[in-house]
Design a protein around this ligand. Structure first.
Ligand code: HEC
Ligand code: HEC
Length: 306
């Protein structure tokens, strides 16, 4: 599989030599970005560079949808989130799964749905799970706008090359695992002030100004963020907001486990109404997660009703 593209290229150009490094091809169940803190070299264009033409207009529309998703696309979003809540600085921030690290890496095979995904299909995944919603059609104007925004942010980035700053670089699991009680303490001391005592976020005039971390308006049980390892990586590199990188690996894992032991909307792939069947099919081999497990005698993954 990994050899397919280089072989095709060889046939097409006739010049590639066998010693050339193979073109990087993503083969992801989840993104596995090495923990390297390599300094990102890539800088996306600035807002002033948006051209004053029809293309630039689409860039602006895509940007608006990315940062104000819930308000502008109520039919597609089923929770309280915007894309930029997890892809910080409007999809620009390195180590926050920036759009410029992603766009040039698609199409890519994803084990999650067992097929080669176009960029639009990858975004549809975030709509279905992270936004707990109904993805817009691949050829819809909104999807085009979101893709145009990502394409524009990637201006001058190489294609098919993993660039430093992509994804949320992995934070290895500490030797002793994780601990809910310690996680709860980190949460109370460093997170609750913004995300609320019960992970409910904060609203002003009916709109979220601080996103929820669990409960009915948060990401669902099928989202990448439900994995403790993925949440630990996001948190370590991005939270507490304004103090990114200040938590130890242990604190990041502990608080990620605390966040992800709480209920949230059901995995939309629920198999025959059974959490156990869904766990076996979709969660048993998906990183470190609590879906379908018992914590203090309570089955996790029943889906939030509140
Ligand atoms: C709850 C947090 C969350 C929200 C909200 C969210 N995403 Fe994501 N997104 C993730 C995570 C986590 C990953 C990486 C998944 C993995 O490791 O498997 C990801 C991955 C991606 C990728 C692929 C990144 C790469 O480098 O391959 C794209 C593109 C993307 N998201 C776009 C979007 C868009 C567009 C929206 C809004 C419609 C959105 N996301 C909303 C958490 C989120
Ligand atoms: C100063 C306020 C603040 C603090 C403190 C803070 N956060 Fe956040 N957090 C935010 C904001 C705001 C966002 C969304 C970022 C955006 O939209 O640009 C966010 C996003 C997130 C997200 C992804 C979006 C979601 O709702 O799931 C997670 C997970 C998260 N924070 C966890 C934490 C954890 C864990 C801590 C404590 C270690 C923490 N945060 C501390 C403000 C804060």
């Amino acid at each position: 599989m990994r050899m397919l593209l280089p072989t095709l290229l060889l046939l097409a150009t006739g010049t590639a030599s066998a010693t050339q490094a193979p073109i990087a091809m993503d083969d992801q169940s989840q993104l596995n970005v090495p923990g390297s803190q390599a300094t990102p070299q890539f800088a996306p264009p600035s807002e002033n560079d948006i051209p004053d033409n029809a293309f630039g207009k689409m860039v602006r529309e895509g940007h608006a949808l990315f940062v104000d998703t819930r308000r502008l696309m109520p039919e597609a979003v089923g929770n309280g989130m915007n894309c930029s809540n997890c892809h910080l600085d409007q999809g620009r921030l390195a180590h926050s799964a920036p759009l410029w690290g992603a766009y040039p890496m698609y199409p890519a095979y994803r084990k999650k749905n067992d097929k080669v995904n176009t960029f639009a299909e990858r975004i549809q995944g975030c709509f279905q799970f992270s936004m707990n919603g109904k993805p817009p059609a691949a050829d819809s104007p909104q999807m085009t706008a979101l893709s145009v925004y990502a394409y524009w942010l990637s201006t001058k980035a190489p294609t098919g090359v993993e660039i430093a700053g992509r994804g949320y670089p992995e934070v290895p699991q500490p030797k002793g695992g994780y601990d809910f009680a310690r996680g709860q303490q980190v949460y109370r001391e460093q997170c609750a002030i913004c995300h609320g005592d019960n992970g409910e976020g904060q609203k002003v005039a009916g709109e979220y100004v601080m996103p929820p971390l669990w409960g009915k308006d948060s990401y669902n049980w099928g989202a990448g963020m439900h994995r403790i390892n993925t949440a630990a990586s996001f948190i370590k590199h991005n939270m507490p907001l304004g103090k990114a990188g200040s938590l130890s690996d242990q604190q990041a894992w502990d608080v990620a486990a605390w966040v992800n032991r709480h209920e949230r909307p059901q995995d939309p792939r629920l198999v025959e109404g059974s959490v156990e069947k869904t766990r076996l099919k979709f969660h048993a081999n998906d990183g470190i997660n609590l879906y379908g497990q018992k914590v203090e005698g309570v089955l996790i993954g029943q889906g939030s009703g509140n």
